[in-house]
Design a protein around this ligand. Structure first.
Ligand code: FES
Length: 143
């Protein structure tokens, strides 16, 4: 059993205040915000100039085959090859709490490793999707 002093040191502040009859509306989660957190209101890709990617660059080799994907971290993008003529681009910020870079892909859904939520690779889903155009080996992404 905790002593009163231990309880006061370790309990969530709103609970301690409630014990004294003071009501505070605040979450008591001990879950920390991840380092790679991006709030839903922030989007570094908003109003960015179109981005051209030359897919012949070896760092994009994962996009050669249909179903291939990559987390293009320097541009905060998830890229996935849908067909010979289509590559989709998504913001790599998780719609749940903004975590980045904990992605896996099973061929149709992205899974965020932070809490295990999954998101479709369709542009009508929760992941922010950008308009892309593939012309030869040049992929243009419009934000
Ligand atoms: S941040 Fe919770 S599932 Fe991605």
């Amino acid at each position: 059993m905790k002593t009163r002093r231990t309880f006061l040191k370790t309990a969530c502040k709103p609970i301690v205040l409630a014990a004294f009859g003071i009501t505070v509306i605040e979450a008591c989660s001990s879950e920390e915000t991840p380092d790679n957190y991006l709030s839903g209101s922030q989007n570094e890709n908003d109003n960015k100039a179109p981005l051209e990617i030359d897919l012949s660059d070896g760092k994009f080799s994962d996009l050669k085959d249909i179903g291939g994907w990559m987390n293009y971290t320097s541009e905060n993008l998830l890229l996935v090859r849908i067909s010979d003529s289509e590559i989709r681009a998504f913001n790599n910020s998780c719609p749940h709490q903004g975590t980045r870079d904990k992605w896996s892909f099973d061929g149709s859904d992205f899974e965020c490793g932070q809490h295990g939520n999954t998101y479709s690779n369709s542009c009508g889903g929760s992941l922010r999707c950008y308009i892309t155009k593939l012309d030869g080996t040049i992929l243009t992404i419009n934000f």
